[in-house]
Write a protein that binds this ligand. Structure first.
Ligand code: GGG
Length: 353
């Protein structure tokens, strides 16, 4: 996405639930600290989430969608706490937003910066998660059969979505030093759905639009269960991993354990015309309101969003500042073994931007 001609950068802020209200303000501060190295940011604070649903009866107000579509260049989303039980009238706003804005790629880099007791060496990978279909089409039905209740869910995999996520993953892989892509699937069991995903992604380099550009990328494929095993045993074998929605969601959360905390892992939800940064962590209701949420994933998500928009130098300033704070190790939140508050960690980052 090119924004080189913009004089302002219009950013939607959707904290949503729980610690989203603590980490999104930190990301906003980081963007403001960049000063004139990006177009003047203009922020739009927008509603969504389960907490909002409980107050207003709607999880994703139409106004939020319209402001994002018509006013904003990009957005930052915090976290949402959808209930595990069915709540009549409620549907996950983040799943809906990704569809509304056609943000088909969820890009989640997992990089080791500083050694922690749990950290394995050489973790530097990107999970590229298909963001619009798989089981997340949320077509579930409950019926009663001979043996009692029967629940069914539709799992949708299309050639179009598999091709475009494949193109995104190959494009990322070809731009990285190792140029290696692993396709994650389970097509020994789900030969129709995962089979289509695997074959379509594999076919990307042969598409006319690839024009030989992707020929340097080496491609491996792996069953999702074995991929999780190898991810924990030898994470260094992975460079870019591309996966259908559910596997990508699970693998990226799991990979966070390799670098110390889910509180460090950023993502962007990217489409052809819009990008939305989003920390991979959830709303963490157990720590919400205690000012101990780790702001670094949200801050890094702001950097990823800016890089996607073409502001690579500004993104690097934020990322380097975060890396210094992690390496320094003195001012960290409890998830990383520290005792600092969200605001203290944010202040440390701001000083170094
Ligand atoms: N920022 C990521 C996030 O909110 N994760 C929790 C999650 O996946 N929620 C889905 C939902 O509640 O609908």
């Amino acid at each position: 996405l090119s924004t080189s001609t913009r004089s302002t950068l219009k950013i939607g802020l959707i904290p949503a639930d729980g610690i989203g209200h603590e980490v999104i303000p930190a990301a906003k501060e980081a963007i403001l600290a960049l000063g004139s190295s990006i177009p003047k940011p203009e922020f739009f604070l927008l509603d969504a989430g389960f907490e909002y649903f409980k107050r207003k009866g709607v999880a994703l107000p139409e106004e939020t969608v319209q402001v994002l579509k018509n006013e904003c260049d990009c957005a930052l989303f915090g976290a949402v706490s959808s209930p595990s039980r069915k709540v009549v009238g409620y549907s996950s706003p983040i799943v809906a937003l990704r569809k509304e804005l056609d943000l088909y790629a969820n890009i989640r880099p997992v990089i080791a910066v500083a050694p922690t007791p749990e950290e394995k060496p050489n973790v530097d990978l990107v999970v590229v998660r298909e963001n619009t279909e798989c089981l997340y089409v949320k077509q579930e039905v409950l019926t009663t059969g001979k043996h009692g209740k029967e629940a069914r869910a539709t799992r949708l995999i299309t050639e179009r979505a598999s091709r475009r996520i494949g193109q995104t993953a190959f494009d990322i892989a070809v731009g990285r030093p190792r140029k290696h892509l692993t396709i994650i699937h389970k097509s020994n069991v789900l030969s129709v759905t995962d089979g289509l995903f695997r074959e379509t992604v594999r076919g990307v380099p042969a598409l006319p639009e690839s024009a030989g550009r992707l020929d340097d990328v080496t491609v491996a494929e792996q069953l999702v269960d074995s991929a999780v095993y190898r991810l924990f045993r030898e994470p260094q074998i992975y460079d870019v991993m591309v996966a259908p929605n559910l596997y990508g969601d699970i693998i990226s959360d799991a990979a966070a354990a390799l670098v110390g905390s889910l509180g460090l892992i950023p993502s962007i939800n990217a489409g052809d015309t819009f990008v939305m940064g989003e920390p991979v962590h959830g709303s963490a209701p157990d720590i919400a309101g205690k000012s101990i949420a780790n702001p670094l994933a949200a801050i890094r998500s702001a950097a990823l969003m800016l890089r996607h928009l073409g502001y690579g130098d500004a993104a690097a300033r934020i990322e380097n500042a975060v890396d210094i704070v992690i390496r320094d190790g003195r001012i960290l939140t409890p998830d990383l073994g520290g005792s600092a508050k969200t605001q203290d960690v944010t202040a440390e980052v701001l000083k170094r931007i």
